[in-house]
Design a protein around this ligand. Structure first.
Ligand code: ARG
Length: 308
């Protein structure tokens, strides 16, 4: 039993981002192939239930005051509902939004990028690539989150280490790389969720030993999830709107800690989407992470990866 830690540091501040999201309406959500251990084409989602769960999630976010923009799903892209992976959007210090498009590890998802690029470009976003159509570094945006002094990027199963250098140089940020080694936590967002300036949900079991240590050093007040909790509840795949944590499930112990820190927990059921290996975070892509506010700007960028 881990004791609940009372709030000790008054300097912990709310995340300024997480109030604007892109989502993809699940009109063609299916399990056509298996590119992660959760997927089984013999276990298909129920379209009506999936649609209801997705509507309820979007309604919850809007009810919390978040802006939610909806993309249409391509019929040939059954995984496109996991909008988090379309690209890494960042607002530049002058206010110009830029998105680094994902270059999916698996060809089955690569067609999503073309539609997403057009959608962003049509809304005034500049767009770029670290690799595309199988050439160059893979990058999946569910691996990248602003936290503390850096863009924290998971690499290994999906994003390649080379992508970290591209991101650092192109965006002018410090990138802290963490090596994912757990087959079931193939994106960082299955093992890490920033909560505020000092706190995050973390599952070090997703990482190799040096990266697990680095993650624990990075987060002043970590809320540690066990491997079992992360894999069976998808609790790390949550999002935060102000002081509200929107979660697919919340183990009692986790809820007690979050509430003692002053967060409100809202649980939304997205079980149909767990069949594809994704949950609340995977279904939403934050569009308001701002350089200079949420991430320090460094002229030429920098990459820090843990030493073996
Ligand atoms: N079936 C999708 C895939 O394997 C799930 C993506 C989950 N998304 C996420 N951000 N973790 O690519």
């Amino acid at each position: 039993m881990t004791a609940v830690t009372e709030s000790t540091d008054p300097t912990s501040t709310e995340l300024a981002w997480g109030r604007h999201y892109a989502v993809v309406e699940p009109t063609h959500f299916r399990i056509d192939y298996a590119i992660n251990p959760f997927m089984d084409p013999d276990v298909q989602p129920d379209p009506a239930r999936a649609s209801d769960q997705w509507q309820a999630l979007v309604g919850t976010l809007r009810g919390l005051g978040a802006r939610v923009d909806v993309l249409a799903q391509r019929e040939d892209a059954p995984d496109m509902v996991y909008a988090m992976n379309l690209g890494l959007g960042l607002v530049r210090p002058g206010g110009d939004p830029h998105v680094v498009m994902s270059h999916m590890r698996y060809p089955q998802r690569r067609m999503e990028t073309g539609s997403a690029q057009q959608w962003f470009a049509g809304r005034g976003w500049t767009t770029s690539y670290v690799g595309r159509e199988g050439v160059g570094a893979h990058l999946e945006a569910g691996d990248a989150f602003a936290f503390g002094d850096a863009l924290v990027v998971g690499y290994g199963p999906r994003t390649e280490e080379l992508a970290l250098k591209h991101l650092a140089l192109e965006l002018g940020v410090r990138v802290r790389g963490l090596r994912l080694t757990h087959p079931g936590m193939y994106h960082l967002d299955l093992a890490f969720c920033p909560l505020d300036s000092r706190r995050a949900l973390v599952c070090p079991a997703a990482l190799d030993a040096p990266s697990a240590r680095a993650l624990m050093e990075l987060v002043p007040e970590p809320l540690v999830l066990t491997e079992q909790e992360a894999l069976t509840t998808f609790a790390a795949n949550s999002i935060v709107v102000g002081r509200t944590v929107v979660m697919p499930a919340c183990p009692t112990r986790v809820r007690a800690q979050l509430e003692s820190w002053g967060f409100e927990v809202v649980v939304v059921e997205v079980s149909e989407f767990h069949k594809g290996g994704g949950s609340v975070r995977c279904l939403t892509n934050p569009l308001d992470i701002t350089l200079g506010r949420d991430l320090p700007v460094l002229a030429r960028g920098e990459v820090i990866t843990p030493l073996e």
